[in-house]
Design a protein around this ligand. Sequence first.
Ligand SMILES: Cc1cc2nc3c(=O)[nH]c(=O)nc-3n(C[C@H](O)[C@H](O)[C@H](O)COP(=O)(O)OP(=O)(O)OC[C@H]3O[C@@H](n4cnc5c(N)ncnc54)[C@H](O)[C@@H]3O)c2cc1C
Length: 490
Amino acid sequence: MLTIPKPQTINWQPIIKEFEAILGKNNVVRTREDLVAYECDGLTSYKQQPALVVLPRSTQEVSQVLKVCDRYSIPFVARGAGTGLSGGALPIANCVLIVTALMKQILEVDLENQRVIVQPGVINNWVTQAVSGAGFYYAPDPSSQIICSIGGNIAENSGGVHCLKYGVTTNHVLGLKVVLPNGEIIDVGGKIPEMPGYDLTGLFVGSEGTLGITTEITLKILKTPEAVHVLLADFESVDAAASTVSDIISAGIIPAGMEMMDNMSINAVEDTIASGCYPRDAVVILLIELDGLEVDVEECSRQVEAIARNNGARDITTAIAPEHRLKLWKGRKAAFAAMGKLSPDYYVQDGVIPRTKLPLVLAEIEELGNKYGYKVANVFHAGDGNLHPLILYDNSQKGALEQVELLGGEILKLCVRVGGSISGEHGIGADKKCYMPEMFTDADLETMQWVREVFDQKNLANPGKVLPSPRTCGEGAKPSHHQLLEIPRF
Ligand SMILES: Cc1cc2nc3c(=O)[nH]c(=O)nc-3n(C[C@H](O)[C@H](O)[C@H](O)COP(=O)(O)OP(=O)(O)OC[C@H]3O[C@@H](n4cnc5c(N)ncnc54)[C@H](O)[C@@H]3O)c2cc1C
């Protein structure tokens, strides 16, 4: 097993001098007070200060930084906007955190070939903003799209509402410039869709910062559809809504997005943003977006409405005007944040199940919640069976977090049992690595480890994430919440 150097064996003074020479003094963060902002990502239950934070501006600077890390055998962790929900950008003790916040240039817009090249710190939403005037958009739209970075999206292979029809991030990435852990710069993929040789772009997308740091990304953009309709249908049972989802797909209609929210989420959203759009007494609602040519969308809209009514939908609202559509989506996009109305803390899980198992799995999640004594709200991408159970708890209660994590783990195991997966879009990170053996054999995991070592012989790139070590869910496979290691100051 490769080892990570212990904190006390590193003399940071010459390293800091080298980083300051590469990046300038202002772009090397080293005081304890300044480092607080970087000690966790969106999974706030794990915290660890890095030894240093560095803020490069270019591929060359990232390369020089990684060469220093390589020479001194210092582990590093990449961080985009820090919105990840699986602890992927959680620093490890004694690491250098490489933050891409200054790498925020849109380098090239090639409308004719529908390509955009960006630096990794560019915020997801900026890509669409840059091309929407010319009638284009970037399809992957995580709910965090106004704050999360493209570099983070690449590393997590992020999804979003529109990924049902258009696919997740990997389907929209043509090429990457990557700095390998030894500082070498490589290009994978390119501007054309089919490149000969191994699909290294596919390998890097979703690798959670364990193979190197992405510094330039070539993205595919799509033509803005001629027409868009959003339908909101409300139901008195999960079964009715789930059957609607299956029947729509069986009818050959692939909506751009198909989202489900349960009663708890509906009320939390209405309490928070008071949109007045979501019926508070519905058991569940479905939000269905259809896009394409106007004639198609109108026809599909009629068919979807008929399918929903056939399954017992109480009421259906159709939004065509952009401001009306936005209003219907606003509550869904604000759903995670709205959980603050219900509970001081929440823990969100991200599992995938076959669509047909929705009623069974949602009923079992409720039972599991009752067994552990916690309420679980559900708001998720129903079309692709990507669940987001939100477990509501109070972190000030001793032992609550541990219980909630156990409950989250049982939900993930349930997803695997019914033929699904332990992650749809949030990645594995620090949080879920101990559940990898639920899905993969030892041989599978060893193969992944080999691939990792090909790129990172010294185990410096985001060590301890994604792959469990030991290969079980026992002690040591998961970082402890109280494992905040003191880093010697310099
Ligand atoms: C309210 C809320 C809603 C969300 N909704 C969604 C959703 O709908 N769909 C979804 O998929 N996710 C969602 N997320 C999760 C999160 O926003 C995504 O995972 C996002 O892609 C993370 O981007 P980031 O810039 O914040 O990355 P970070 O959290 O900074 O990093 C994430 C991972 O990427 C690695 N990384 C970052 N930059 C690079 C780089 N340049 N090179 C190599 N590795 C890098 C990090 O090491 C880490 O492993 C949501 C989060 C929140 C808080």
